[in-house]
Design a protein around this ligand. Structure first.
Ligand code: ATP
Ligand code: MG
Length: 399
């Protein structure tokens, strides 16, 4: 008990720690006014003329620049405005990386608006019809946000195809479903059929990356919400802005601030100093990567571990695809696992690239003799290895 008592006696540097959390949706979004206003314009008809149209929007932009948080904020605005006018609009935000199949996504949507819906026994097509019936009976319009949509598209799931075609063939029918898809880049669309692409490409909102000044305003605002006054100086925030700008992901800056404040507290300081920021910036694995790792299959984790170990043992900045495969075979043999085929491993590698974990320099792409060198430039390798083995341990796999 005294451990707690000791800690509770210490004055905290935080006003509210949770406001630095990456999933927190803050009350304001500095420098995303334009995007919020554009979304409002595009969805205005849902309010002025309910169920007359179905909007399909695609949002793109690099990682960590506020796509998710802006759309969630827009969802809140839409809910408030429609409730005021007694128009029934439901907002459902689904992350396709976490709900990996059309079926899971649909079940998630349906159970959010109809809690009693049974979990099994339907095909995606059935589920969709069921959803439309429910919306029609209850006179609801639904805005479905498919966040990190590339995960569904790349797996060849047909949901986006089904969703973009609802009501396609029936004029004068009430339109019940609108969609916002969020993807980091548009290249994943190439895997779709022509007509789905053209539907989605009609309304694309591109989120631009933040400038240094904008990152400063955003981090400064999150500092005001989360830390007590004068705990961090403007100069130190500027220092954090520099590395956040290089990384590009606002989560990176939020994480450094949180860590630096924790370090300052553990050292009984009343404010964050240079050293706390320096230590807080070290050994960081970006939050976005952590999240990706948590949901990664064990097979993919083994392969990533082979890259990490290979890079560490060779002490070089890059490693060849073939060397990684050799290391991967050793890991598989040690734990008695059937290795995946080389072409499957090649696919994993492409996915790591999309997830911003590795950089690949392709030397030759012939199926038999795929030659590429792989780097992990952004992430501290011992830390990454530790995290992967910890995640595998949680899955009861000891390496
Ligand atoms: N303008 C802003 N004001 C306040 N906080 C922001 C702003 N933009 C981004 N953030 C914060 O930065 C973090 C990353 O934003 P978000 O999760 O929306 O990124 P994203 O573009 O969806 O990234 P990804 O492509 O990796 O999913 C979140 O914690 C979010 O709250
Ligand atoms: Mg996001």
């Amino acid at each position: 008990m005294e451990y707690f008592e000791e800690l509770l006696k210490k004055p905290s540097l935080f006003l509210d720690e949770s406001k630095l959390d990456m999933n927190y949706v803050p009350g304001k979004l500095p420098h995303r006014d334009k995007e919020l206003s554009l979304l409002s314009q595009l969805f205005l008809t849902l309010i002025t003329n309910p169920n007359s149209i179905s909007r399909k929007i695609l949002i793109t932009g690099k990682t960590g620049i506020g796509k998710t948080v802006t759309v969630k904020t827009f969802g809140e605005i839409l809910k408030e405005v429609s409730a005021k006018r007694n128009i029934c609009i439901k907002y459902v935000h689904v992350n396709c990386r976490k709900e990996r199949t059309s079926y899971k996504v649909l079940i998630k949507i349906i159970r959010l608006i109809n809690k009693n819906f049974p979990k099994r026994g339907y095909s995606p097509q059935d589920l969709l019809e069921n959803l439309i019936d429910f919306l029609t009976n209850q006179n609801i319009h639904i805005l479905i946000v498919l966040d990190e949509l590339s995960y569904l598209i790349n797996k060849g799931e047909d949901l986006i195809y089904l969703l973009t075609r609802i009501n396609d063939d029936s004029a004068n029918v009430q339109q019940r479903v609108s969609i916002i898809g969020i993807v980091r880049d548009l290249s994943c669309l190439n895997n779709l059929d022509y007509s789905t692409i053209s539907t989605l490409q009609r309304n694309i909102i591109k989120f631009s990356s933040y400038s240094k000044k904008q990152i400063f305003d955003i981090l400064n605002y999150r500092v005001l919400l989360s830390l007590k006054e004068n705990v961090i100086s403007k100069d130190l925030i500027k220092m954090i802005v520099e590395s956040t700008y290089t990384n590009g992901d606002i989560r990176y800056g939020l994480n450094i601030i949180w860590k630096a404040a924790k370090i300052a507290e553990s050292r009984n300081l009343t404010f964050i100093d240079n050293e706390c920021v320096r230590l807080g910036s070290q050994e960081l694995v970006p939050f976005s990567t952590l999240d990706v790792l948590k949901y990664m299959s064990s097979q993919k984790l083994f392969f990533l571990l082979s890259i990490v170990k290979g890079l560490q043992i060779s002490n070089m900045t890059e490693i060849s695809f073939l060397d990684v495969i050799k290391r991967y075979y050793i890991i598989c043999e040690n734990i008695g696992l059937n290795p995946r085929s080389n072409s499957q491993l090649w696919n994993y590698l492409q996915e790591f690239k999309r997830e911003s974990i590795v950089l690949i320099n392709i030397l030759s792409e012939k199926i038999k003799g795929r030659r590429a060198s792989i780097q992990i430039p952004e992430i501290n390798l011992p830390k990454l290895e530790k995290i992967i083995t910890e995640i595998l341990k949680l899955k009861e796999i000891d390496i």
